[in-house]
Design a protein around this ligand. Structure first.
Ligand SMILES: Cc1cc2nc3c(=O)[nH]c(=O)nc-3n(C[C@H](O)[C@H](O)[C@H](O)COP(=O)(O)OP(=O)(O)OC[C@H]3O[C@@H](n4cnc5c(N)ncnc54)[C@H](O)[C@@H]3O)c2cc1C
Length: 279
């Protein structure tokens, strides 16, 4: 191998190492969502147990007796799907009988602050009042990860915050007071519970390009987790349009107006309305 080849080989290795490091950074800053509980989990028929209950609670026109529940359980799948399709387009009150519980980890407090605005959900979040958070992790946004120079400035700021936070604790300041200087994107974990009505409403609001990237990623993972166990939920979340119906226009909006949030929002407001109506 001559000198030129050796240099090329070295540059290639260096480039591969940089790509691998970047990939690791992206993975470390991607939220993780786990569906830890749902109506029907650990029953013999996890796919249909919740659907059976849903159909039963909607069947107020019929005799709401325990016998009817058994009858519905034995319906063929086609009949259940037909009933569910009807239910996806009518009064949503019976949807409240079905629950989903998620564990969301490696997210920023910026996301959890938005999440808990949905008052129909129940939440349990990692505390920062008592715990020493001096080894806190900072969650980079998708755009932070695209710019090494901007990330370097963020790192400088985060390093200074960590230094001062640690100094405050060493002076005897309580964690509940010192936490005030921590960044909005400090990493946290949260458990969220939604009934199906609240979940469908939330998905329609937060799956689209108007949502902040991190929230949208969490929502996308939540929906995927739900569809993996309850595929019949697709009709409730996406209506007749289907999952990928708005992908092209949302990708276009991001490509054209990614950095111009006001113009992007104007275009995506229309998409948001259509998604809500299941068009
Ligand atoms: C794209 C987007 C941008 C946003 N930007 C901002 C922003 O700039 N600033 C900001 O502050 N927020 C913002 N939000 C948050 C928004 O204002 C809501 O707080 C959030 O979406 C939760 O509202 P919700 O109606 O989904 O849920 P909830 O407020 O929890 O309501 C859920 C349902 O319960 C009912 N409900 C709940 N509590 C009550 C009550 N006390 N009285 C009557 N009815 C009740 C509501 O009618 C609703 O049907 C934004 C949201 C989105 C999706």
């Amino acid at each position: 191998m001559n000198g030129e080849q050796m240099e090329f080989g070295f540059m290639k290795e260096e480039h591969q190492a940089q790509v691998a490091a970047k990939q690791k950074l992206i993975e470390a800053n991607t939220p993780r969502v786990e569906l830890i509980h749902f109506t029907g989990k650990d029953t013999p028929d996890e796919t249909w147990a919740a659907a059976n209950l849903l159909i039963f609670t909607k069947s107020t026109r019929l005799n709401l007796s325990p016998g009817l529940f058994d009858e519905i359980r034995n319906w063929p799948e086609e009949k259940k799907l037909e009933e569910l399709e009807y239910m996806a387009n009518t009064l949503p009150s019976s949807w409240e009988f079905i629950d989903y519980v998620f564990l969301v980890t490696g997210v920023s407090r910026a996301y959890t602050h938005q999440q808990v605005r949905t008052r129909t959900g129940s939440y349990a979040q990692q505390a920062m009042r008592i715990v020493d958070a001096s080894d806190f992790k900072y969650v980079y946004t998708k755009r932070d990860l695209e710019h090494d120079d901007r990330r370097a400035i963020i790192d400088k700021c985060v390093g200074k915050i960590r230094e001062i936070y640690t100094e405050l604790l060493s002076m005897g300041h309580l964690a509940e007071d010192a936490r005030g200087i921590l960044p909005t994107n400090v990493a946290t974990n949260i458990v969220c519970k939604f009934n199906m009505r609240a979940f469908v409403d939330l998905a329609k609001k937060r799956l689209g390009g108007r949502s902040q990237n991190e929230y949208r990623e969490v929502m996308t993972q939540m929906v995927s987790a739900v569809l993996a166990v309850h595929p019949w939920m697709e009709k409730f979340i996406y209506g007749d349009a289907g999952r990928d119906y708005f992908t092209d226009i949302e990708t276009f909006a991001e490509e054209q107006f990614g950095d111009d949030l006001a113009t992007k929002a104007k275009l995506l407001k229309i998409v948001h309305k259509m998604r809500k109506e299941g068009k």
